[in-house]
Design a protein around this ligand. Structure first.
Ligand code: VG1
Ligand code: CO
Length: 541
């Protein structure tokens, strides 16, 4: 047994953001960087002695080394067992499922999600609780506190670790189980969706394109969509997880999944197009010539979920992040179920799901999921859409048109201004906050401001409060814009500007045209150009 206590010292800036700690890969590769944070996780959750953990990641560069380090540190810290995905791979939703189904004490997920991967790109790590969901702020704060005082960490140096062979082994006293990353997840999906109906739809000629963006969902999508549901081989593209995602930016939005968008907007488009992100928790849905905004996707799923066997009993309630459009609120109203609004980040949905208040959750950032796990789930959303198409016998454009005719259309768009110098972005937000009190009643063209505030969330389950979760300005009639700074970036600050406007009669405008007045008032109030020098967004979704 070669268990070593290594002397270390606090490293600045190990504060988890919206979804774990994300930094440049080379930062994580720095001396003691990963080890300090892993020890802080262990200490922050009250130690891991006697506990069982799940470990896995999205396969990006450094995933394998980091997995092995975590195993060695878990062994030295007295963990009873670590269950790891083969070769260190697990999608985020699959990890969440294993944490829950194997009744473990939580898990560590290695991913920077939709951020690019590689030695010069991004890496990340987060802790998920025994419920399978991302650690809440109370826990991430405790972890951060440990990073500020850490003096030593424990690591086990004997023996080699074989991550490639399925089955049981040991590292010192700690048991290791290497599991197939895909099979348990595939079993779960079959309990939720009508596979025979989807299979029949595909057999009758419905063509699918799933762009896995060289990230983690390739093996999951091939097993489900090609092998089980019978889509032709090649329906899944970019299906092999690569350490640098083959240079792709694995963020499933129209900008980064442009190959898929080109195909779906072309003359020979498949009936259904979709993409997922680095770690498999995001999804984009596209029909022929018909991009589905994530907020609309959430609303459509809420309105139709009962077609899927796993949801046939109805939804308990729904939840959306504050910047997500109110399209789902209108569906919840019609269904007579509760709709909760939470801050950005999946960690805020966990309590609502655990408390049995909601079955379906979503974010405007291409995240949808349900209480089958405690993470958003890209492949799940794809299967839900396929189930809806198979059951309603409608195409994606028909589903959207019918939905808007019934509920109205919440025109929606997010504009991202990336890598603004941090002090400029901070000054911009500070100035904006300072203006809020005086805004209500002011008129800009045809828009009059009704309310303006800095969103603060009171968790109805545990009573905790999360303040400063985004500035929101609501106009008379319900149009609004929201501004917040990203908590997942690794260079500078990214300002996200979200705009929304409900239209009950005109459903086929370009969202950028429909929202032009809201966006222009937003920039007038924010003073974007004066503070940041930016005149146009880097990414529009
Ligand atoms: C972004 C999204 C947020 C999402 C988070 C993690 O956060 O806006 O909705 O929950 O990423 O998604 P931010 O703070 O950058 O706006 V994932 O798929 O990157 O784990
Ligand atoms: Co992700």
């Amino acid at each position: 047994m070669t268990m070593t206590t290594i002397q270390t010292a606090p490293i600045d800036g190990q504060k988890p953001g919206t979804s774990g700690l994300r930094k440049k890969t080379r930062v994580f590769m720095g001396q003691h960087y990963l080890e300090n944070f892993v020890q802080a996780i262990f200490d922050g959750i009250g130690g891991v002695a006697g506990k069982t953990l799940i470990v896995g990641g999205d396969g990006r560069f450094y995933n394998d080394t980091a997995t092995e380090t975590i195993l060695r540190m878990a062994a030295a810290n007295g963990a009873a067992k670590v269950i790891a995905g083969q070769n260190g791979l697990l999608s985020t939703p699959a990890a969440s499922h294993l944490i829950r189904s194997m009744k473990t004490d939580g898990g560590i997920i290695l991913s920077a999600s939709h951020n690019p991967g590689g030695i010069d790109e991004d890496f990340g790590i987060k802790f998920n609780m025994p419920n399978g969901g991302p650690a809440p702020e109370s826990v991430t704060n405790a972890i951060f506190d440990v990073t500020k005082t850490i003096e030593t960490y424990q690591i086990y140096n004997g023996d080699t670790v074989d991550l490639s062979t399925l089955g049981h082994s040991a590292l010192g006293e700690m048991q290791i189980e290497i599991v197939d990353p895909v099979s348990a997840y595939v079993d779960l999906m079959q309990t939720l969706f009508d596979f025979p109906a989807i299979k029949a739809m595909i057999a009758s000629g419905t063509k699918i394109r799933f762009d896995a963006m060289n990230a983690i969902t390739g093996p999951y999508a091939s097993a489900i969509i090609e092998d089980l549901l019978g889509a032709t081989k090649g329906s899944v593209v970019h299906g092999t997880p690569l350490p640098d995602f083959g240079g792709m930016h694995p963020d499933p939005n129209p900008t980064w999944a442009h190959e898929l968008m080109d195909e779906m907007m072309g003359s020979d488009a498949p009936a259904f197009g979709c993409a997922s992100d680095g770690d498999g928790d995001r999804n984009m849905i596209v029909g022929p010539n018909c991009y589905v905004s994530p907020s609309d996707s959430l609303a459509v799923i809420a309105a139709n979920a009962t077609v899927a066997p796993g949801y046939a009993g109805g939804l308990k309630g729904v939840a959306r992040s504050m910047p997500t459009s109110a399209a789902v609120d209108r569906v919840a109203d019609a269904l007579g179920i509760e709709c909760y609004e939470t801050p950005t980040g999946w960690k805020f949905f966990g309590n609502l799901m655990d408390d049995g208040r909601v079955s379906l959750c979503g974010e405007e950032s291409f995240g949808t999921g349900s209480d089958h796990v405690r993470e958003k789930d890209g492949v799940w959303a794809v299967l839900m859409w396929l189930n809806i198409m198979a059951s309603t016998k409608k195409s994606v454009p028909q589903i959207m048109q019918d939905h808007w005719e019934k509920f109205g259309r919440n025109y929606y768009s997010r504009h991202d201004f990336e890598a603004i110098e941090t002090d400029k972005a901070d000054a911009m937000i500070t100035a904006l906050r300072g203006k809020l009190a005086g805004l209500s009643g002011q008129t800009f063209g045809t828009l009059t401001i009704e309310t303006a505030d800095d969103y603060s969330y009171l968790d109805p389950v545990d009573g905790s409060t999360s303040a400063h979760q985004g500035v929101r300005v609501v106009f008379k009639g319900g149009a609004r814009f929201v501004v917040r700074l990203s908590g997942t970036g690794t260079s500078g600050a990214t300002m996200r500007l979200y705009a929304e406007k409900l239209d009950m009669t005109n459903f086929n405008q370009d969202p950028q045209v429909a929202l032009a007045d809201v966006l222009s008032v937003a920039h007038e109030i924010i003073q974007t150009e004066a503070f940041s020098g930016r005149t146009a967004p880097d990414v529009v979704t």
